[in-house]
Structure formats: structure tokens, C-alpha cells
Design a protein around this ligand. Structure first.
Ligand code: IMP
Length: 192
């Protein structure tokens, strides 16, 4: 079975994809003995996921894929977007990021937002993108303790609870990331 590298240091993401892909041996960049940081300097999810995949593909000559996600809020012109992890400051945590979003939305009636994921796969020297999106609204305060990032302030469309009030299984069934991963997995499972 051929190796394919998932360019991530997040073992939850890695194991999720490993359990779904049947015809490739999924490895992480730690398995390649790479422990550096890959700069994410582009201003789109596509750009950043491509940067990460290209970096590992060039350095190790291995097929690979990378993901990049963010929260896009309509009335903030798409912020925090690609800067979701570092919205409040260069080393901000999720609480600070959520507080900033809630403050900026204080007087806004349009609270529409979406979580977006883009996966960039480089395989046999060809570049493929797989995207996932989930629409929803931003709450007026935080609800729930599960999940990570902006989960306590995001209610997906058609639901009455935030991602942070749902079980991880429930969130994983409907999330932006799972939609993109399903597209990637279906593509990979058709190869070979
Ligand atoms: P990453 O590209 O998956 O590392 O996501 C970048 C940032 O977007 C995270 O640090 C979070 O702030 C935010 N984010 C991405 N996906 C989610 C999610 O499913 N729930 C909450 N926040 C998320």
C-alpha cells in the first residue's frame, strides 16, 4: 500500500482520516521526522492548504494533503477567516478570539456566518481541492463546553444548539471539516 502524508500535527484529525481511507497508508509529518513549522502566509484557505502540501511534497517527494479551516462572518466582511486561530492577537486563545467576535457583533443584526474547510491534495504531481462548508449564526454569548475554537458561539443552520453543546460525534457528522474529508476520502478510495 502506498504512503500518503496528512500534513498535520493534530492526531484527532489524523486518526479520523486513517479510519476512513482503505487503500493508502496515512502517515503524519512526524513519521517523516519533520518537526518544523510551515508558514501559513496566504490570505485564503486554498492558498494556505496548498502552501503546506507543496512544502512537504517538495521536501520529501511524497504524495500528501493538508487542511485549513476558518470561521467567516458576513457582517464582519468575512473575518476572522484565515486568521481564525489568531484573531485577537498573534498568540490569542479561543476565549479571547470569541470575546472579540462577540464585541464586534454587539450592534449587528446580521449574525450569519459559516465555517469553511479547504483540503489540498497533491498526488502524482496533480493538485486537487476538496471543500466543506456549514452555514449558521453567531450567538450573543457562549453556550457549551465541548469542541474547540469558536464552537460555543456557533449554531449550525437547522439546529438550536451550538457546536459546543453537541456531542463530538454529532458535530463530526455535520461539520465543514467532515464534509471536505468525505470528498477527499471518496476520491482516494477510487484510486488504485
Ligand atoms: P485549522 O485550520 O483546522 O487549524 O483551524 C483554524 C482555526 O479555525 C482554529 O484554530 C479555530 O479557531 C477555527 N476553527 C476551525 N474549525 C473549527 C471548528 O470546527 N470549530 C471551532 N473553531 C474552528
Amino acid at each position: 500500500m502506498n504512503n500518503i502524508c496528512f500534513v498535520t500535527g493534530n492526531y484527532n484529525k489524523l486518526n479520523e482520516v486513517k479510519s476512513l481511507v482503505k487503500n493508502f497508508n496515512i502517515i503524519s509529518y512526524a513519521d517523516l521526522n519533520f518537526h518544523g513549522v510551515i508558514p501559513e502566509t496566504e490570505d485564503t484557505l486554498e492558498g494556505n492548504s496548498f502552501l503546506k502540501s507543496k512544502f512537504i511534497n517538495d521536501k520529501f517527494k511524497i504524495d500528501c494533503f493538508s487542511d485549513d479551516s476558518g470561521l467567516f462572518i458576513e457582517s464582519l466582511g468575512g473575518e476572522p477567516g484565515v486568521n481564525s486561530a489568531r484573531y485577537a492577537s498573534s498568540n490569542s486563545d479561543s476565549e479571547e478570539n470569541m470575546n472579540l467576535v462577540l464585541k464586534k457583533l454587539e450592534n449587528k443584526t446580521n449574525r450569519n456566518a459559516s465555517f469553511e474547510t479547504c483540503i489540498c491534495l497533491i498526488i502524482n504531481n496533480s493538485i486537487n481541492y476538496f471543500k466543506g462548508s456549514v452555514k449558521g449564526i453567531i450567538t450573543h454569548k457562549k453556550f457549551g463546553k465541548r469542541g474547540f475554537g469558536y464552537d460555543p458561539i456557533f449554531i449550525p443552520k437547522g439546529y438550536s444548539k451550538t457546536f459546543a453543546e453537541m456531542t463530538i460525534d454529532k458535530k463530526n457528522k455535520i461539520s465543514h471539516r467532515s464534509i471536505a474529508i468525505k470528498k477527499l476520502v471518496s476520491y482516494l478510495n477510487k484510486l488504485n
